[in-house]
Design a binder for this molecule. Structure first.
Ligand SMILES: Nc1ncnc2c1ncn2[C@@H]1O[C@H](COP(=O)(O)OP(=O)(O)O)[C@@H](O)[C@H]1O
Ligand SMILES: [Mg+2]
Length: 309
């Protein structure tokens, strides 16, 4: 693999923005006056940072200078109801530690989700080498997978969102024309037709719904304090699924963010550290191989690498 993939990626910049500029952008975007009035009432006295990724959803963090006032995270999306699943999942998961609480969900001509902002830094900004990041992420993902969900106490809507996502992952992967080029390059596998055939053939043997998977367990969605996992965000892809899907995808994002994808030896070392830290007793190589292809086909080409971060 000759090419350093990280050079193809413009990393998100988490920039401080002027309050008036931020509201100016929202007005031009067509946000309704009463929704903007509400947002003004809760964030205009705070310092605002734009943390938007590339998913098309705007994310602002609003940080207060008053010690007794809550900091907020505001997500805005142009498609009505698109944040509803995130809202329902967060409401469910905020009963467990590790997840921010929900302040408000508004669905009008746009969707708005206001939550508590996590005050600790994200893993990406804490570890400065791939070995410590990999070790942390492996341990953090295991912690997430070990959460015991009380399914009996879930509402019908919560169960509906979880099961519909679980059952849509494979059909969606099979419906895509291409897999994600960056992931295929890393796997050295561009035969998308063969990947789909394999996914269909071994679905029953290798794909299991055994834990709640996060779906996008990358170092920007995970927060750290004193070397421990303190919070997890971005629950849009969370559902019951195969742990190997999360493991493979997370290992790949660690290598991606660390800028080592062009060095196979370092990638191998990164994966070994991750798996040791996660706990190898839980790893089944056949299911890992299956989930490699599933991940590649699920994240379709046109999303590009930016859809992941
Ligand atoms: N509650 C929160 N507290 C602090 N930071 C957050 C919070 N939610 C999101 N962020 C930051 O904003 C970034 C983008 O938000 P995220 O929910 O991951 O949306 P997406 O990745 O779909 O754009 C995250 O990577 C994270 O760094
Ligand atoms: Mg994210």
């Amino acid at each position: 693999m000759g090419k350093k993939l990280i050079e193809d990626v413009a990393m998100p910049t988490d920039a401080r923005v002027n309050v008036e500029q931020a509201f100016g952008v929202m007005e031009r975007r067509g946000c309704a006056k009463e929704d903007l009035d509400y947002l003004r009432s809760i964030i205009s006295d705070k310092v605002i940072y734009d943390f938007s990724g590339y998913s098309g959803i705007t994310t602002f963090l609003a940080i207060s200078s008053k010690p007794d006032e809550k900091n907020l995270c505001v997500k805005i999306c142009d498609t009505p109801h698109q944040l509803e699943r995130s809202y329902v999942m967060l409401n469910l998961m905020s009963k467990y530690s590790l997840f921010p609480s929900v302040t408000e969900y508004i669905s009008t001509n746009k969707d708005y989700l206001v939550t508590e902002a996590i005050e600790s830094p994200m893993a990406l900004n804490v570890f400065d080498d791939f070995r410590s990041l990999s070790s942390f992420m492996g341990r953090a993902l295991r912690h997430f997978h070990d959460i015991q969900w009380n399914i009996a106490s879930m509402t019908e809507l919560e169960k509906h969102f979880i099961s519909s996502k679980t059952s849509s992952i494979l059909p969606e992967a099979l419906s895509h024309e291409n897999g994600l080029r960056f992931l295929a390059q890393y796997q050295n596998d561009f035969d998308y037709g063969a990947m789909k055939e394999y996914l269909k053939k071994y679905q029953k043997d290798y794909l299991e719904d055994e834990v709640m998977i996060h779906g996008d367990f990358n170092p920007r969605n995970v927060f750290v304090k004193d070397d421990n996992l303190v919070a997890v965000v971005d629950l849009d892809d969370t559902c019951f699924g195969d742990r190997h899907y999360d493991i493979y995808f997370s290992m790949w994002t660690v290598a991606l963010y660390s800028g080592i994808l062009d060095n196979l030896e370092l990638v191998k070392e990164c994966e070994n550290i991750f798996l040791d830290s996660y706990g190898r007793e839980k790893i089944d190589q056949r299911r890992m191989d299956y989930c490699k292809k599933l991940t590649c086909m699920y994240w379709q080409e046109h999303n590009d690498i930016r859809g992941l971060i």
